[in-house]
Write a protein that binds this ligand. Structure first.
Ligand code: G3I
Length: 355
């Protein structure tokens, strides 16, 4: 009993302590509108258990502003796989529970990604049939486990490189050839026939060769009946990204009948990698204008039935991957370090309202 009590304290106290921290109350923007409340399509955020339920302001904004969620890391192969046929589901289960409790759709990210190859797979040795076996098993096990819990999957993430639209030479391609991507979609559909299946990539708005390669793949998949429902345009952009490319990729993909997910939106303001950069009103205004352009393009180029969602890659500037992972001083999201809505938040809402 004593042990149970100390265990309870050990588990509960840190949570209470985290919730007891000063909570910078979000200042209302021009109107009290929220992103999801204003938009006629789902608006999402990538969420991480590093912050969810541990940081009150993060959790409040996630609950209030978004009606769609993407798992930032925990549903990637390295987040789930512990060995062949061995999985760690607990973190993802808690995200599923959060989404159910707060009535949010959950987008699975990602079944196959070259940057998230588990250690045991890296050292796997076997012929091409054996490699096909482990790929198929992973997709089958994970997509089956989350059947009915996720609405959709990024089946393959970033299969194209940044060089002339060539396929990225991931371990999967090395062992299975270019057409492994198509087979991933077939395996995912077998495991979860109801989930919407996406191909997800970055720079399609700014790299014409990569866009051309992605469009060739989409056309090829359509011809061959490969079950691709939509495309995720990550949209990790900066205030300098030209609007024309943003519009073009949405028009091209929508014109092919695909669902379009702006899947990882953020807009960097630090275009010179200045380590002393601060968020000046002028830079934040440029960022707001870029967000407005993205949302306007989505509304104007993508027919309503094909607008899957716009998802921001994180909640607030203080937990964006750009600072934590790219180690670059920046302020790329719609909420600031104190979880207050930025000018980009107001611009998003104005753009969905046709302003
Ligand atoms: O959780 C550990 C922590 O315990 C440890 O102290 C720390 C030390 O570095 O690492 C923490 O894990 C990091 C994790 O982010 C959580 O912050 C990993 O090292 C780091 O690799 C991981 O980076 C993620 C990255 O994908 C690689 O998986 C970013 O959070 C995530 O935002 C980023 O997301 C990708 C999309 O999946 C695909 N598109 C691009 C996007 C941005 O790179």
């Amino acid at each position: 009993m004593k042990q149970l009590r100390s265990l309870t304290f050990a588990l509960v106290l840190p949570v209470l302590a985290a919730f007891g921290q000063p909570n910078p109350s979000p200042k209302k923007s021009g109107s009290a509108a929220t992103l999801a409340g204003a938009a006629p399509f789902p608006v999402g955020a990538a969420l991480s258990p590093r912050y969810l339920h541990k940081n009150r302001a993060y959790t409040d904004v996630a609950i209030r502003e978004f009606n769609s969620v993407t798992a930032e890391n925990i549903m990637k192969p390295r987040g789930l796989s512990r060995g062949r046929g061995q999985y760690h589901w607990a973190a993802a289960d808690s995200l599923v529970a959060f989404c159910r409790q707060h009535n949010k759709q959950l987008h699975g990210h990602a079944l196959v990604w070259h940057e998230s190859v588990p250690g045991w797979v890296k050292s796997f040795s076997g012929d091409s049939a054996a490699w096909e076996g482990i790929l198929r098993e992973h997709i089958r096990d994970v997509a089956t486990y989350f059947r009915g819990k996720v609405r959709s999957w990024d089946v393959v993430n970033e299969a194209f490189s940044d060089t002339a639209g060539r396929m990225r030479n991931s371990p999967w391609r090395q062992h299975l050839g270019d057409d492994y991507v198509a087979r991933c979609f077939r395996y995912a559909r077998e495991a979860d026939p109801a989930a919407k299946l996406f191909y997800n990539d970055y720079s399609l708005e700014s790299d014409p060769a990569k866009l051309a390669a992605a469009l060739r793949m989409v056309d090829d998949f359509k011809r061959r009946g490969i079950p691709l429902d939509g495309v995720g345009l990550q949209m990790h952009i900066s205030i300098n990204t030209p609007e024309a490319g943003i519009r073009k990729v949405m028009r091209e993909m929508a014109g092919r009948g695909l669902l379009v997910h702006i899947s990882e939106l953020d807009v960097r303001i630090n275009t010179t990698k200045d380590s002393l950069l601060t968020e000046t009103p002028a830079l934040l205004a440029q960022q707001a204008e870029k967000v407005r352009q993205v949302v306007r393009a989505f509304v104007e180029e993508v027919p309503p039935a094909q607008r899957f969602a716009i998802t921001t890659w994180g909640v607030a500037d203080s937990n964006s991957w750009v600072m934590n992972w790219r180690k670059q001083e920046d302020y790329p999201l719609l909420f600031d370090g104190n979880y207050r809505p930025k000018p980009a938040h107001a611009a998003f809402i104005e753009a969905v309202r046709g302003k």
